[in-house]
Design a binder for this molecule. Structure first.
Ligand code: PHE
Ligand code: ZN
Ligand code: ZN
Ligand code: ZN
Length: 297
């Protein structure tokens, strides 16, 4: 997969920070900073040649929005969706949670456009609304699909918090290889995990599994039997001594001390983690959707 320019990903974060600052300090569901965030991402995608649509829903007395962007071409009966939630909590601008995932997938989408390629599989990017209120937007989206449309989704990759300041390198544990917690994802999830693992192995960064515990937007997809995967650099949990030894950073300190706080600003990002994750996303998109290895004859 291509190398995704970190500076471009960070420029998107700067824009999302400015949007929050201009709109009462947040980008939360039902607040003006949310719709402004949708409009920013949509404008970049439209200019690059994506077919975009905004899906509206109602929650908690406010209108919410999912932004769906399709790259023209590819086999639509084999659609790969790459998603991130674009809303923040009300307490702050949500730059790591989840400007990071939103900006990283945006830049991967723009790289697809820059290369002017037609992926083998159909490629769709999605920015979900109201994740912070209980996976509302992604749930609405999956519920809105006909059975046939659902059957055409081969894979869902989720990116929520990929630049944590004291990062871990976690992959959703599609094969339940750690044998604990939530079980495996739907068949196919193991492969999605393996592709991401291959990337991190190639750069010499060890990873750990993180359970499909229902805390992010893969939830509605796996509930519908759609294979899912993704990366995560940690939230309120604390880095262990063993993790600090292998990953660096601070033992006994939260992966993201500003999780769901007003200090989740552009300074709350570990550039190395963000860079590695953006490149991992590109690697996965290229290997699963753009030019997947031919199936065995
Ligand atoms: N979804 C959580 C949030 O947005 C963060 C999270 C992501 C937690 C992935 C666990 C796993 O607050
Ligand atoms: Zn959150
Ligand atoms: Zn989140
Ligand atoms: Zn696993």
């Amino acid at each position: 997969g291509p190398n995704i320019p970190l500076a471009n990903v960070k420029a998107h974060l700067t824009q999302l920070q400015s949007i929050a600052t201009a709109n009462g300090g947040n980008r939360a569901h039902g607040q003006p900073g949310y719709l402004a965030s949708v409009n920013y991402v949509r404008g970049r995608l439209d200019a690059a040649g994506y077919t975009t649509a905004v899906q509206s829903f109602s929650y908690g007395g406010a209108t919410g929005y999912n932004l769906i962007a399709d790259w023209p071409g590819g086999d639509t009966t084999n659609t790969v969706i790459v998603g991130a939630h674009l809303d923040s909590v009300a307490a702050g601008p949500g730059i790591n949670d989840n400007g990071s995932g939103s900006a990283a997938i945006l830049e991967v989408a723009l790289e697809v456009a820059r290369q002017g390629i037609t992926p083998t599989r159909h490629l769709r990017f999605a920015w979900w609304g109201a994740e912070e209120r209980g996976l509302i937007g992604s749930d609405f989206y999956v519920d809105s699909l006909s059975a046939a449309a659902r059957a055409n989704i081969e894979a869902y990759y989720n990116f929520d918090m990929v630049g944590s300041p004291n990062p871990g390198y976690f992959l959703y544990d599609g094969d339940n290889s750690d044998g604990t917690g939530a079980g495996p994802g739907p068949a196919g999830s193991a492969l999605l995990e393996a592709v991401l693992a291959e990337y991190f192995t190639s750069i010499g960064v060890p990873t750990e599994g993180t359970d499909f515990d229902g805390r992010s937007d893969y939830g509605p997809f796996i509930a519908a039997g759609i294979p899912a995967g993704g990366t995560f650099t940690g939230a309120e949990g604390r880095k262990t001594a063993a993790q600090a030894t292998k990953w660096g950073g601070s033992s006994g300190v939260a992966y993201d001390v500003c999780y769901h706080r007003s200090c989740d600003t552009t300074t709350n990002i570990n550039d190395t983690a963000l860079d590695r994750n953006a490149d991992a996303i590109a690697y996965a998109v290229w290997n699963v959707a753009v030019s997947p290895p031919a199936p065995p004859a």
